[in-house]
Design a protein around this ligand. Structure first.
Ligand code: GLP
Length: 248
């Protein structure tokens, strides 16, 4: 079962998770290879990225020995599209730390051959020696990355059709529901579960019901985040509002 940490507020949770990431980077990998981070987008990890930038600027945390893999990308959005996840990562983290661009990976949502993109993405993760720490958010459908229900345990990086609830939730960033892509490329459930440790962040009353379901329902494809119950080193970082429906 995931451990649950209820923080005083999202900013404190961000500091805690950034501290875990900084420790991992400073310790380095036992095999001497680059530390591999799995990263998430959405509004939830923004305070975490701000704290990592602060650690870089004020406490000398270097990302030069880090590789990153992002969970997902919208289909059809060019890397410089204002709502692409590549652009989000460039603006909110990569451009503000010492992480060379060639050490960052976001699936290419513009290729005609999405299967080849997904296969290459999986290969790159495995060539890097697997993900040391995966940051996750949580969608109200129970999605992790863009693994919408139903997403089987054994799913790998692939093209998925987005749930209408997800499109509606994300339309705030696009300004218009019609502008939200209908499909995306995402790491699969088993890609995520292969990470050595997972730090999930979910804040606010709007996430309370899906947090409760993720922690209490039997693992299954209908609520993909329930698969996290099968991971040996997963922590849910919550605030009082998102934890409100989960009995402790
Ligand atoms: C998005 C992303 C997910 C994210 C989730 C929650 O659509 N694909 O990786 O975790 O939905 O988003 P937010 O953090 O904005 O609530």
């Amino acid at each position: 079962m995931p451990s649950v940490r209820v923080h005083a507020d999202p900013a404190k949770a961000a500091v805690a998770v950034a501290g875990i990431i900084a420790d991992l980077i400073r310790r380095g990998r036992p095999d001497g290879r680059k530390v591999v981070l799995g990263l998430a987008t959405g509004s939830t990890p923004l305070p975490l990225y701000r704290e990592l930038i602060r650690l870089h600027r004020q406490e000398g945390l270097s990302f030069s020995n880090v590789l990153t893999f992002n969970l997902d990308e919208y289909e059809g959005l060019a890397p410089d599209h204002p709502q692409s996840y590549r652009r989000y990562m460039d603006e909110n983290l990569f451009s503000q730390i010492d992480l060379p661009r060639e050490q960052t990976h976001v699936p290419d949502g513009t290729s005609d051959d999405s299967e080849a993109v997904c296969r290459a993405f999986e290969r790159a993760i495995s060539d890097a020696g697997g993900i040391d720490l995966q940051v996750l958010g949580l969608g109200r459908t129970g999605h992790i990355g863009f693994n919408e229900p139903p997403s089987p345990r054994e799913s790998r990086t692939r093209r998925v059709v987005l749930d209408e609830m997800t499109r509606k939730d994300n339309s705030v960033f696009f300004g218009d529901l019609a502008a939200v892509p209908r499909a995306a490329l995402t790491m699969g459930v088993s890609t995520i579960l292969a990470a050595r440790r997972i730090e999930l962040l979910a804040f606010g009353a709007g996430k309370a019901d899906i947090v409760r379901r993720s922690l209490s329902e039997r693992p299954g494809p209908g609520c993909p985040a329930t698969w996290l119950q099968e991971h040996p080193a997963c922590t849910f970082h919550l605030d009082a509002a998102s934890a409100a429906q989960s009995a402790s």
